[in-house]
Design a protein around this ligand. Structure first.
Ligand code: PLP
Length: 434
């Protein structure tokens, strides 16, 4: 084992990991395209794009060149009282890309903080309009909006960390996604009953990610938006996962013709190279902060906000979505969707599989019965793929540039591992012990 590994491992605290029993993490030496090269010489095909960020694959030369060039002139400068070209170019481009008059961009460095900023915007929006009692937020079952205190309070209480930190988090309102007529009435009633105290509804449009890769249709999203407008509650779209092509459109909201009041972007914003997030507000939201009263200003400002390297990476990433750049990303997503549909469908027949769901470049297999995550993860690595199931889902969210052959290797690995599990569920005890 390398020196840095043996010396460093005892000092690392890994995320969401029981350090007493976790398998040793794999040491990575390099990445390229859709592949992760390990210190032991093996190469894994990446099925999850490094937490859904690396949409163009790793080490894209266009992004690298942009970051290198930026590094030589302006790696960082504070963003209060000062501005710079990469951030302003990016803000202008995001405003042009986003639907409607989503046009004011507030930069931060992580998705959770982008959501926190959206919450502050929503609560202060009503305060600035003299409606101080409109402070609470509605979120949906299976939602995930981040790991900070305010965002934890908006995650599904059963899958999130509600019980662990109960009492330290704001008390928000959970709703069911209004996917049918009965639930639409219930949602409407909820907004009607609590409307006077509600600042915003927050939703992950079309696909709920870390809460279990649950999918809903465009009509459901359109209904949520329409109900929010009717009851004078702001709509926050958390497109941190779905943004930048993942759901099939550039932004999932487009599919329902919805223009949320605030949208949160992060993960694929820099193509998976540098941390950056953006909270983008509609004009009327921004205008509610314009006043002679200094306390009406938005009170937030991360030290590294609008980091020029990250903004340069994001601009380069957006170039790669531009058809003029010969990178037809949305066509690649459509091809991935078709292949995922075809090749994951047979998993439906396996014992211990509840459902197969596909949307854009997202394929999820929902498991039933005992789930040995450690064993599943280990088997995937043994088969040469980087697939990391969580909760009760095995999912694929590959880089958009993945080849059909590489994607076939990923779907074959999912089939093989779930077939092994199905056989074990029927007989051998090893897979069901955990
Ligand atoms: C990942 C994610 C977040 C949190 O982003 P971080 O950068 O991890 O803080 C919030 N919302 C959604 C939908 C996400 O997928």
């Amino acid at each position: 084992m390398s020196d840095w590994l043996t010396k460093g491992l005892p000092h690392i605290w890994l995320p969401y990991t029981q350090m007493a029993t976790a398998a040793a993490p794999l040491a990575v030496m390099a990445t390229h395209g859709a592949r992760i090269r390990l210190a032991d010489g093996r190469e894994l095909i990446d099925g999850i794009s490094s937490w859904w960020t690396a949409c163009h694959g790793y080490n894209h030369p266009h992004i690298r060149a942009a970051v290198e060039q930026q590094l030589a002139t302006l790696p960082h400068v504070m963003f209060a009282g000062l501005v710079h070209e990469p951030a302003l170019r990016l803000a202008h481009r995001l405003a042009a890309l986003l639907p409607g008059d989503l046009e004011r961009v507030f930069f931060t460095e992580s998705g959770s903080v982008a959501v926190e900023v959206a919450l502050k915007m929503a609560i202060q929006y009503w305060r600035n309009k003299g409606q101080v009692e409109k402070q609470r937020i509605v979120y949906f079952r299976h939602a995930y909006h981040g790991d900070t205190f305010a965002t934890m309070a908006l995650c599904d209480p059963e899958e999130g960390m509600h019980t662990l930190f109960a009492g330290t988090m704001p008390d928000q309102l959970m709703a069911e996604l209004p996917t049918d007529e009965r639930l639409r009435c219930a949602f409407d009633l909820l907004l009607e009953t609590h409307g006077k105290r509600l600042a915003a509804v927050i939703i992950e449009p079309l696909v709920q990610g870390a809460g279990g890769m649950k999918m809903h249709d465009a009509q459901t999203l359109a209904f949520v938006a329409e109900a929010c407008a009717r009851h004078r509650v702001l709509l926050i779209a958390d497109e941190i996962m779905t943004g930048f092509g993942r759901s099939g459109r550039m932004f999932a909201c487009e599919e329902a013709n919805v223009v949320p009041d605030v949208i949160c972007l992060s993960k694929a914003l820099t193509g998976g190279t540098l941390p950056l997030a953006a909270t983008v507000a509609r004009r009327h939201v921004f205008e509610a902060f314009l006043s002679d009263d200094p306390s009406a200003a938005l009170m937030h400002g991360p030290t590294y906000m609008a980091n020029p390297l990250a903004c340069a990476a994001a601009n380069a990433s957006l170039d790669l979505f531009d058809p003029g750049h010969n990178s037809p990303r949305l066509e690649q997503v459509a091809a991935i969707e078709a292949q995922l549909r075809e090749q994951l469908a047979p998993c439906r027949e396996l014992a211990g599989v509840a459902e197969v769901r596909v949307k854009g470049a997202i394929g999820a297999v929902e498991l039933a019965g005992a789930i040995d995550l450690k064993r599943l993860r280990q088997r995937f690595a043994e088969l040469g793929v980087w697939v990391r199931p969580f909760g009760s889902v095995v999912y694929l969210m590959p880089p958009f540039i993945i080849s059909a052959g590489e994607l076939a290797t990923l779907t074959a690995a999912v089939s093989q591992v779930l077939t092994e599990r199905a056989e074990a569920l029927k007989g051998m005890p090893t897979w069901t012990q955990y």
